[in-house]
Design a protein around this ligand. Structure first.
Ligand code: ZN
Length: 274
């Protein structure tokens, strides 16, 4: 599943190409995505409008139009986005084509169809949408040790599950939760009520460090973005723990442990992460 860094890289790629372009036409496939295709709203608010900005919130891509409407794209498990010439033939698993006024088209391709496209009509408050109730962005000003400590107060949850909770902080999935906790030197099973302010500070710092590094390593592929069919998981991550059970820890050479937490594979160094 694309995690926050991949979505951020795609967002930055789209930011270089989309703003200023007008949507001439929209074509949609007949297959069902995770949510029904909002054909009426696409025709009413997106077709004919000009793209003003591209942003990311959690793992949602937000394309804002000059009329105030927003196109919301979620990549789900296998969703991919790419910009192609207008006459590029339709590929298998293409579900959505945004035809633009510079002879290109934005294509959404999704094999497993857990992704979706939604339209946020102009003037509607976000509190009515799926974007309500999301916690702070990891790079946002409100992601602070104080915020984490407050959210954790009196809770007996394991640290890793807590970090993967979108109400605590958005966009940290299974892979990066493992990597962030390794970097912070904290055990994934640690109970959140037991963490000190210093340890929360370390979580904030490690989250930003690990995510920024992943975004940077994906950033080099932005130049390929236009011509190649979208590759959402397209950069090689340098992972310290994830998928490395039994292999030596990069710090102390102790074999990396694998356990299951909340149904998800969890990797950590038993010596470095207390
Ligand atoms: Zn170690």
């Amino acid at each position: 599943m694309p995690e926050l860094p991949s979505v951020e890289v795609i967002c930055r790629g789209l930011q270089q190409h989309l703003p200023g372009l007008r949507v001439l036409q929209i074509t949609t496939g007949s297959k069902k995505l995770r949510l029904p295709m909002p054909r009426k709203d696409l025709a009413a608010y997106i077709r004919g409008a000009r793209i003003k900005a591209v942003d990311r919130r959690a793992k949602f891509l937000l394309i804002t139009m000059d009329n105030g409407a927003q196109l919301i794209i979620h990549l789900g498990m296998t969703g991919r986005l790419g910009i192609f010439p207008k006459d590029c033939p339709k590929a298998k698993h293409d579900h959505f084509h945004l035809h633009l006024d510079n002879s290109t088209q934005l294509i959404f391709n999704d094999i497993r169809r857990f992704g979706f496209i939604q339209v946020h009509p102009p003037g509607l408050d976000f509190c009515h949408t799926m974007l309500a109730n999301l916690g702070p962005e990891p790079f946002g000003q409100d992601f602070t040790p104080q915020h984490l400590q407050k959210m954790a107060a009196g809770k007996n949850r394991p640290l890793k599950n807590f970090l993967m909770d979108n109400r605590v902080v958005v966009g940290i999935g299974n892979i990066y939760a493992c990597e962030i906790l390794f970097h912070a030197g904290l055990n994934p099973n640690k109970r959140v009520c037991s963490l000190t302010k210093k340890q929360w500070t370390e979580i904030v710092k490690s989250s930003r460090y690990v995510l920024e590094k992943a975004i940077k390593s994906g950033g080099t592929t932005i130049s390929d973005f236009v011509n190649e069919s979208g590759k959402s998981g397209y950069f090689q991550l340098e992972l310290q723990t994830y998928g490395r059970q039994g292999k030596p820890c990069g710090c102390c050479a102790t074999p990396i442990n694998k356990i299951t937490m909340g149904g998800r594979s969890t990797f950590f160094c038993p010596k470095c992460q207390k």
